[in-house]
Ligand binder design. Structure first.
Ligand code: TYM
Length: 334
């Protein structure tokens, strides 16, 4: 089976990215013989303006965090999206089979467009078109499974629709992939506004725990996390969004089930509970931070890994691209 996922290097990585996406990938690599492809989605990042220097730093940082989190680059193919031009090429071909109306329904686009408008920024065609590029990322490798957080599910569903539509128009060409979310951590919420998804693009960072935040900052952010009225530690997303989110984080960080946590924390104060959540997260992040810093200190090693990854990726994607060009009646020198 082939598994693929990616993250945009458009800001600093947070624990939502880690528990929602990276951890799932690490588990695939460690527990299965599946072929895993891990992408640094820089072409997606630029759908909103990125300072070039900042972007380059984030690309290295994301690579370092992937490796430090346990993405074994000897087993998985890890590469930067812009290092494989087959993706945007296929995206253009998909543009021609994707109905405009499908894209107007994408909720992430609608949310982001609103935010950009509020800031007075432009809404690029690339932002609108972004899910088609994501479909190309996935379908060009005949991917079977895409582990993601909940906010990407609609894009994988669109990918399935594009695959089916292409197959119908030009004959059976693409596998129709499935997505996989981790039920507990598919949507880690903001610590300050627990009804809103934790996100690297919010103005206030107090509710967002970054993977490279200094340890004391992480502890402070959990200490200040918004809780709910009452004093019970009980999983109830509707009525106790703050506590439920912290429980999901503790569960992911410690491996304990939600039920176990409920039992263990019966009668325990919110303050003490938050302290324990912080400790569990610090325990996960401390070794990752240490390893990431080692990789960041040696960019030439990171370059070598990414270079090899891109070569392996292109070996897989190019024959597929040729097959598509052929099927569509386009011209190329074999
Ligand atoms: P991106 O960079 O926004 O997010 C990367 C991954 O992190 C997950 N995620 C979360 N999970 C749980 N709780 C949260 N608060 C949270 N925030 C983010 C996302 O669901 C995602 O899995 N378009 C993608 C990148 C991409 C991609 C792909 C993914 C490009 N091509 C092909 C899969 C397959 C994106 O912007 O993710």
């Amino acid at each position: 089976m082939r598994v693929l996922s990616g993250i945009k290097p458009s800001g600093e990585l947070h624990i939502g990215n880690y528990f929602g996406a990276i951890k799932q990938l690490v588990e695939f690599i460690n527990t299965t013989d599946d072929e895993v492809i891990v992408m640094i989605a820089d072409l997606h990042a630029i759908t909103v303006y990125q300072d070039p220097q900042y972007l380059k730093e984030r690309i290295y940082e994301l690579a370092a965090l992937y490796f430090a989190s346990g993405i074994d680059y000897n087993k998985a193919i890890v590469f930067v999206q812009s290092d494989n031009p087959d993706h945007p090429y296929l995206a253009w071909l998909f543009d021609t089979v994707t109905p405009y109306g499908w894209l107007t329904r994408m909720t992430q686009f609608k949310d982001k467009r609103q935010k950009l408008k509020n800031y007075g920024d432009i809404v690029s065609v690339g932002l609108f078109n972004y899910p088609v590029l994501m479909a190309a990322d996935i379908l060009i490798y005949d991917t079977d499974l895409v582990p993601v957080g909940e906010d990407q599910v609609q894009h994988v569903e669109l990918t399935r629709d594009i695959a089916k539509r292409f197959n119908k128009l030009y004959g059976d060409t693409f596998k129709v992939p499935e997505y996989k979310i981790n039920k507990t951590t598919a949507r880690i919420m903001d610590l300050q506004v627990p009804t809103r998804k934790m996100s690297k693009s919010e103005e206030s960072t107090l509710g967002c725990v970054f993977m490279l935040d200094p340890i004391d900052v992480i502890v402070q952010k959990f200490k200040k996390a918004v809780t709910d009225s009452g004093h019970e530690i009980k999983f109830d997303k509707q009525n106790k969004p703050g506590i439920s989110n912290l429980m999901a984080i503790l569960s992911a960080a410690s491996g304990k089930s939600l039920k176990q946590i409920e039992e263990e924390y019966e009668g325990v104060s919110y303050a003490r509970f938050k302290q324990d959540v912080a400790e569990a997260v610090v325990e996960v992040l401390r070794p990752i931070q240490r390893k990431a810093k080692e990789f960041l200190a040696d960019p030439s090693q990171v370059d070598a890994i990414l270079h090899e990854g891109a070569e392996r990726a292109r070996e897989l994607s190019y024959p597929k691209l040729l097959e598509v060009l052929n099927k569509m009646g386009l011209y190329h020198h074999g």
